[in-house]
Write a protein that binds this ligand. Structure first.
Ligand code: PRX
Length: 635
């Protein structure tokens, strides 16, 4: 029996039990047999959730790029590592072999070094989905620099906040990006962001759209000439197991974004192991995850997990609707994709188009379908199962988070019987617990509560960059000795988990994690706004969309509400990005508040859901009269 690759349900239960009985022995065996180490560990695990401090494979030395690239060269040198599919379907796809990847990563790493980047320095990567993005991520890892990828849909303000929070010295970007029929001026956004980032001394610019951009002398350089002159040899920096590999920002329910820090060895072992099993990847398969590398899904399951397994991973620059809504299926047919991993919001958007565009393409290569980012509703699950998988390809509904680094609850295809809307069983080594309101663990099946994890797994984020106290407060303070996920879940009669959604003020819009507080802060910047509260409401494509209740300052003047809505959304776009725009903005005479002045979001949420049957006792509010006013004018 190979513990690395699980092939039937009985084996899953056996391996799962083994991973719980003696986690150290279990993970040691996986790490020992499947990875390349410069030096083995002195200790597999030490942990204390009360501090919190978690260390895996302490004392070990390695470089993750030697595991993702070098060790494949003898057996898979000419195999495609990254299969780049450009935005324009008429442009040729690019097959980057493991040999090519080795040379390109090393050249890039040498360029970084020549620009003064050293082990431990932070490098901000603000690039579209072009090969340079994956290559620069690996180049940072090659020399031990910590990459901080910022999704290239974020605004200049969001970018500068992230650059400054982790004190990045360098930014990697491109002249612009393609997004369907549009182009985006990425370099312009970087220029604006850097006005408030005095510590950035270098910007390297990849040429993608060949636009005429401003290059600031002494700071900005074109990337290609530097790459052309760089050597293809770059010794991998020897890293300690717990050295940071990357920072990736995620929204919190309050305050500024949290720079989640992932370290090297545990992250590598867990993402590789989950990738192998959750997608049942076989040597000649072509695997495609449609996420952007700007999110954790892209880090773990476009770059590190697949490459650590010597897989062929597709990287798609474009959008599902360009040139038409058949694009995903066109790519599946063209590259004979075997595993396809996407988000429920994309499935719903495509389902809306009917099946005509699906039937045009041969999808018979597909073996496994994945879903991630938000709960998948029953209708979307069936559409995916019936029309894309033709009822032959199991759907793996994978639940996990930026903080968890890798997939935590998921079926293993052809192993775990699937059930619509259920992420099903915990992955090997994962010990979930459901907690009630009094902080007690709910034992047994058919229970519903708040989802925690009781025991560390190798890829858990180790801290929040520069704010360990916040890490402790956010994840380890709600329940003693447990990691709290912020999600609610239920466990059915056979022990399957269904994630019911966030229990805090984070709203998942189109699979993107958005904290309400930073959006409210942006809305409140508008000079006419007195205060605001943002809640989620159901949306047939996005899953949830944002509903803003806004109270205006009493200036005596009358205001054009439609113009105000546009202006408010413009401010949000500038501060965060278009993904955080409000779908509905209701102007109200006030916001319902408790006597201590706290906004009663629960009431506002119910009204936005048009579920006002059970608002509870509103008479104890500071201002009960506003509730009726808000209900009367709900959008
Ligand atoms: O609420 C859960 C939801 O997405 C949150 C994590 O978001 P993020 O850190 O951006 O990572 C997304 C990609 C891993 C979770 O707390 N979520 C993610 N996957 C699922 C999900 N909710 C239900 N089912 C899922 N499969």
């Amino acid at each position: 029996m190979s513990n690395y690759h699980i092939k039937h349900l009985e084996e899953y239960y056996q391996v799962y039990r083994k991973s719980l009985r003696n986690p150290e022995a279990f993970w040691e065996e996986i790490a020992e047999e499947h990875f390349l180490w410069r030096k083995k560990w002195d200790r597999v695990l030490s942990w204390d959730f009360s501090k919190p401090e978690i260390k895996w494979f302490e004392g070990a030395q390695l470089n993750i790029t030697e595991n993702c690239i070098d060790r494949h060269l003898t057996t898979r040198g000419e195999k495609t590592a990254i299969l780049f599919e450009p935005n324009d379907p008429n442009d040729p796809a690019e097959h980057i072999t493991y040999n090519d990847l080795y040379a390109r990563v090393n050249k890039f790493a040498n360029v970084l070094k020549a620009q003064g980047i050293k082990k431990g320095d932070r490098v901000c990567i603000y690039l579209p989905m072009i090969p340079e993005l994956a290559i620069s991520v690996l180049a940072c890892a090659r020399i031990g620099a910590i990459h901080s990828v910022v999704f290239a849909g974020f605004s200049s303000t969001a970018l500068s906040t992230r650059i400054n929070d982790s004190d990045c010295k360098m930014v990697l970007t491109s002249d612009g990006s393609y997004r369907g029929s549009k182009t985006i001026d990425l370099k312009g956004i970087v220029d604006e962001a850097l006005e408030s980032c005095p510590d950035v001394h270098t910007v390297l610019v990849a040429k993608r759209i060949h636009s005429d951009i401003n290059m600031k002398s002494g700071r900005d350089q074109w990337l290609q000439p530097l790459l052309d002159n760089a050597s293809v040899d770059c010794e991998a920096e020897i890293m300690q197991a717990e050295d940071p590999l990357f920072i990736l920002y995620t929204s919190g329910s309050t305050g500024k974004p949290k720079g989640m820090v992932h370290t090297t060895a545990g992250y590598m072992v867990y993402t590789a192991y989950t990738f192998k099993n959750v997608f049942q990847y076989k040597e000649d398969d072509v695997y495609w995850c449609t996420a952007d590398i700007g999110w954790i899904t892209g880090h773990s399951y476009i770059v590190y997990g697949p490459l650590a397994n010597g897989a062929t991973t597709v990287m798609f620059e474009g959008v599902p609707s360009y040139p038409d809504f058949g694009r995903f299926w066109d790519i599946v047919q063209k590259h004979k994709v075997n595993q396809f991993y996407t988000a429920p919001t994309a499935i719903r958007a495509l389902a809306k188009q009917g099946t005509e565009l699906v039937e045009k393409y041969d999808l018979s290569s597909l073996k496994v379908l994945g879903s991630v980012g938000e709960p998948i509703n029953e209708e979307a699950w069936h559409w995916y199962n019936d029309n894309i998988g033709k009822k032959q390809s199991p759907i793996v509904d994978t639940w996990w988070q930026t903080e968890t680094g890798g997939i935590m609850v998921s079926p293993i295809p052809f192993v775990t019987p699937t059930k619509p809307t259920y992420a099903t069983l915990p992955f090997i080594g994962i010990q979930p617990a459901l907690m009630d309101e009094n902080g007690q663990e709910l034992k047994g099946n058919q229970v519903e509560g708040r989802l925690c994890i009781k025991f560390p797994w190798p890829s858990i984020a180790r801290t929040i960059w520069g704010n360990h106290e916040r890490y402790k407060e956010t994840y380890f303070s709600a329940y003693e000795n447990k990691y709290f996920t912020g999600d609610g879940a239920l466990r059915d009669e056979v022990g399957y988990y269904r994630i019911t959604g966030r229990v805090d003020d984070v709203i998942i819009v189109s699979g993107h994690n958005l904290g309400t507080a930073p959006i409210e802060d942006a809305v409140n910047e508008h000079p006419a706004v007195a205060e605001s509260a943002i809640v989620g409401f159901p949306h047939d494509v996005k899953g949830s969309a944002l509903y803003g209740y806004v109270t205006l300052k009493d200036t005596g003047e009358s205001r054009n509400h439609d113009n105000l809505r546009k202006e408010i959304n413009q401010i949000i776009t500038e501060h965060i990005g278009p993904i955080a725009k409000l779908d509905k903005i209701q102007f109200t005479s006030g916001l319902p508040k408790t006597r201590s002045g706290k906004i009663m979001r629960r009431i506002l949420r119910k009204i936005a859901h048009k579920d006002t049957s059970n608002l509870g006792d509103t008479s104890t509010l500071l201002n009960p009269e506003v509730v009726q006013d808000i209900m009367d004018n709900v959008l």
